[in-house]
Design a protein around this ligand. Structure first.
Ligand code: 5AD
Ligand code: SF4
Length: 489
């Protein structure tokens, strides 16, 4: 397995394939009497979201437009960007693929492509080859830069093309046209892959070895984003703290460089591994106003025995030290985590230790998962798997616990007036807006009529405002807009 940088020739091939496909889809569209459409279906994490923005950008540059129907099969080119982190993610794909059999039968020109992490698991690829012959293209997440070339070849050959690479590629993002989903938020991957091999996790197999982008390329992209009016950047990596620039730069350098752009109201990042988090990063969070005061630090378990079996190279005591340091330095900061219950060999005592650790850390929010054996990982072969009824029972107890702390964290905001970055109309509908505080607390708020503010979503999205918080819910807080900040309408 090698790490390969894309070359000028790769870019020439890419551009040639895009041009050829543009002509192809244009004449196909003329025959059908309409502009052809695409639908990219995204599962999983923000790195997949980011990949999907690139896939959408590529499809748009082929002259296709995003489908608006909202139905799975309502498009001429359908791309599944899959996730393999837990078993239910797998089920989603195979549950959905069946729908396309009839579609493809009725319209042979429809293109169906499947990519993402699941395609790095050989069993999944075999299953597609055997049971879903109408899938045109199977590609893997390391080869996004070859997507147009592969799609062109699949269409030319008119038979299923499976292309999974053993190499890890790094393509600088200016390689791709990117269709960013939110006009105020830009997802910016700074590194790819993971070297940690936690024993439960499929990611190192699916996403390959760690490779960091060039700091100059990242800064160039940030500068473009700033001048295009983006207000929030999310620096992404499976493990951003192990960023290693070619000139010895660290994640702290990237974070500082991003926060130097005063155009960005918020600089966020995801995810951090406890083993790599430096004091310097905590200091930057504490002192730079546009760097989020929110740290997502996966604990996974509160038991040292389980952490060891998971190949997580820290003790729960060390984890707690980092938590204490963060709480002491980043005033009012919020801390969130991931916890897995039912890891093989987890005893009642181990689980109790997780509850104790949650009590100590008082996480502002927790993402809790039931352990799911991923074929090919070390832990999947462990013999001491925990029975599912025990996992379910522990999971219920843990979520009750973590929800309590999340609600407490939200209650602390009641009565305060907080700065909120507006994200849009809230899911609740009814002209309630939603946004996030610098601590990543979700805020739903209304705009009092007497403020005379035009509540058009487009104009408010990405703006900073002050909201008075008047009610805490388990996963969010409610409030009322006090004032809009910054540029006038
Ligand atoms: N089973 C359950 N949860 C998992 N995660 C990763 N792999 C598994 C698995 N096999 C969780 C971890 C990780 C988060 C993104 O997903 O908690 O931090
Ligand atoms: Fe998976 Fe561990 Fe890497 Fe996170 S650090 S992606 S949990 S192997």
């Amino acid at each position: 397995m090698a790490i390969i940088k894309t070359t000028v020739n790769d870019k020439l091939d890419f551009d040639a394939a895009v041009t050829e496909l543009k002509e192809y889809f244009s004449s196909l569209g003329a025959r059908k009497g309409r502009q052809l459409t695409y639908n990219v279906l995204t599962y999983g994490c923000q790195l997949n979201e980011s990949d999907s923005e690139k896939l959408s950008g590529m499809l748009a540059s082929m002259g296709l437009k995003a489908s608006s129907g909202g139905e799975l099969d309502d498009a001429d080119v359908i791309v599944f960007n899959t996730c393999s982190i837990r078993e239910n993610a797998d089920r989603h794909l195979f549950g959905n693929l069946g729908v396309f059999k009839t579609l493809k039968k009725n319209d042979h020109d429809v293109v169906i492509a499947v990519g993402g992490c699941m395609m790095k698991v050989p069993e999944n690829v075999e299953r597609i080859k055997k049971s879903y012959p109408y899938v045109d293209l199977v590609f893997d997440p390391q080869q996004l830069h070859r997507f147009p070339v592969l799609m062109r070849d699949a269409i030319r050959k008119d038979k299923q093309l499976v292309n999974i690479s053993a190499d890890d590629y790094i393509a600088e993002d200016n390689f791709f046209p990117i269709d960013r989903k939110r006009k105020f938020r830009a997802l910016v991957p700074i590194m790819y892959g993971c070297n940690n091999f936690c024993t439960y996790c499929i990611v190192p197999y699916a996403r390959g070895r760690e490779r960091s982008r060039d700091i100059n390329e990242i800064v160039k992209e940030l500068s473009e984003l700033a001048s295009q009016g983006y207000k929030e950047v999310m620096l992404l990596g499976q493990n951003v703290n192990s960023y290693k620039g070619a000139g010895g730069e660290t994640f702290a350098d990237i974070l500082r460089a991003a926060s130097d752009f005063k155009e960005f109201s918020r600089v966020r990042f995801m995810s951090s591994h406890p083993k790599d988090l430096s004091d310097e990063v905590i200091d930057i969070m504490a002192t730079r106003p546009n760097v989020e005061k929110h740290l997502h630090l996966a604990m996974q378990s509160g038991s040292n025995t389980v952490l060891k079996a998971m190949n997580r190279p820290y003790t729960i005591e060390r984890f707690q030290e980092i938590v204490d340091k963060f709480r002491a330095k980043v005033e009012g900061g919020s801390l969130t985590t991931d916890i897995i219950v039912g890891f093989p060999g987890e005893t009642d005592e181990d689980f109790e230790e997780t509850l104790v650790a949650v009590d100590k850390a008082k996480f502002d929010a927790c993402f809790t998962f039931q352990y799911s054996a991923r074929p090919g990982t070390k832990a999947a072969a462990y013999e001491n798997q925990v029975p599912s009824d025990v996992v379910t029972e522990r999971f219920g107890r843990l979520t009750e616990y973590t929800n309590r702390y999340a609600e407490e964290s939200n209650k602390k905001l009641v009565g305060k007036t907080m700065e909120v970055l507006i994200e849009g109309i809230s899911k609740a509908g009814d002209m309630t807006f939603s946004g996030r505080t610098v601590t990543n607390h979700l805020v739903n708020f209304t705009i009092p009529e007497e403020l005379g503010i035009d509540p058009g979503e487009d104009y408010l999205e990405g703006r900073l405002c002050e909201v008075r918080i008047d009610r805490a819910r388990p996963y969010s807080v409610d409030g009322i807009l006090v004032s809009l900040k910054g540029e006038e309408a």
